[in-house]
Design a protein around this ligand. Sequence first.
Ligand code: SF4
Length: 502
Amino acid sequence: MTKIILDCYTDEPAGLGVPPYIGTYPRYLFGKLMSEKRKNEEVYYFTIDDLRLFLKHKNKKPETKTHEKTNITIHNLTKNSQNFKEIFESAKEIYVVLGVHVPGKYLTAVPATIHEINTLFKELLKRHCITAKRILTGPAATEFGTRLEGGKFAEKQDLSLFNTVTPEIVSDYGEIAKYAVLGVEIVDQIVNKEGWNYVIAEIETARGCGKGVACSFCTEPLKNKLEFRKVKDIVDEVKALNKQGVKYFRLGKQSDFFAWDASDIKKLLSGIRKECNIDVLHIDNIDPVRADEEKVKLVVEHCTSGNIAAMGVESFDAEVVKKNNLNSNPEVTMRAIKLINKIGAERGENGMPKFVPGLNIIFGLIGEGKKTQEANMKYLQEILDSELLLRRINIRQVAVFPGTQLEKEAGNKYLRKNKKYYWKWRNEIRQKIDNVMLKKLVPKDLVLKDCIAEIYDGKTTFLRQIGTYPLIIGVKERLELGKFYNIKVTGHMLRSIVGEVV
Ligand code: SF4
């Protein structure tokens, strides 16, 4: 019996599964299906890009002409792509992994929506390419749905094409310990026929949130109770992926990496470094409230440079913080920013600072007004004036999910009220803070090592270092994709840089 995992990609507050990241959902599921596999049965991994290629491009990847942009809707092909029709026709079960809860823009991929998958499945049915049972899993299968753009309600979902809808097929941490290791062979199916697809494995360390009352917009505490994986299980999983050839890792699937106590962080990070031969080890998501010197030092010591402490600050407006039950007030956030800079801002091997903070800011929260933007600018300017470094300020409009405090108390009231200011507010932060900060973070003539060429836009090639929130670098020549280059910074755009190969 043939079983298929169709990865339409996932992005949640805790956990990324959009290429080049390979998320936990397809890996755990692959492990489970492999464990149940009988003789003559096969388990295949496909991406939404494979499906789009088959239906929209007759399964032939068009070449990117010199005046064109790389088509990122069909960029992340698996090596099963060429046999799409035969495999799909023979499949008895298709597991669709889908759901974006933190809308974003991605350099090299476009996650699918329920609407898109419905359209494509209808086309497959019309062409008699599928008879398989269809199972929807991942964030879109929760009651919160999915939303690819911020500032809107979650997508109203027509799930009638699915026989089963289940958020998580593997959820127990005991089972995950086993399936995560069994699932590592999935990466063998990802490398495309040009042979250069690389993956960053998003590793889960915990779920839920220890904060008590949920932040007004967040679905994480509604979805999960606070629970930590065993350190040994995490190290075993990283070891198994590493043996399978994965060299890039992010400990990113948790709401707060610093919710772990220092002795466990030490065991986890030193265990990974001792047992594995890896090129990138980064983290994601920390709560400023729990940042202390010992934990920050451990991250700096054991992780690789270019690492970022992404902090969900959301707002520096004390009233908004209170009304939305946000986790950190401005003073606590500033303390954490200073601490992480003191220990982590030194430049590391790849040219980037070793470990610096990144901030998430959200528009559309309860109580938001002009004073919110004033407070945000005041603190951001203070950070800039204090010579502290920030790598990335992520600004997004909130997505209103059912069941959250935001949905119950205000819905999209503040989004509607303030929408007319958002471009101006965002632009003010981009012009006055981001751009100046970028010049400090990566000054002219600095060399950033090991940047991988990923896509073209006309005669420009875009590259990134591999890791968490890497800077986008534009080089004005067509470099061979999939190769690594050292790039000297020659100029700064608002949020990206221009460079030349050295
Ligand atoms: S701290 Fe807030 S945003 Fe973070 S996981 Fe908990 S509830 Fe969600």
